[in-house]
Design a binder for this molecule. Sequence first.
Ligand SMILES: [Zn+2]
Length: 154
Amino acid sequence: MPVYICPNCKNRSVDIDGFEGLTDSDALQCRRCGFGFIFQLLEDYYPAPATGFIVCDCDARVLASGRGVFELTGFQETDLMGQDVAEVLTLSDRAPIGVVREWGVRQLGLELELSTSAAIRKPVTVDLFPAYDEDGGLLVALTPRTPGATRATG
Ligand SMILES: [Zn+2]
């Protein structure tokens, strides 16, 4: 059963009543906050309270960023829009994004670093999800990471 997640308020919805399926797939909106994108996941995912989501197109360019991204990166959505996500955040490894785009598989628990708008390196856990619509694209979940600490899984 498809699970939808709002990149802004992180509201997860399982399409029990067919609401999402009934609407035009280009016009999917968050039922809670009205954000213009909701993202379909094959399997359920539970973001951390501090997780921020970035929605990218099939070229890994930023389409939208949700709540929490500014707190984490110092970048406003307008700073990120249209930029290559790995480039604008100076991700320490951009290869997993290529894997997601090429193979359509998710990549979870990647321990990477990004650079904030003030050029401060910050350790983050990155989860990447491929989009399942015909447009492709991907969802990037950024969670602050304490160096050395192990993230609880599950
Ligand atoms: Zn929402």
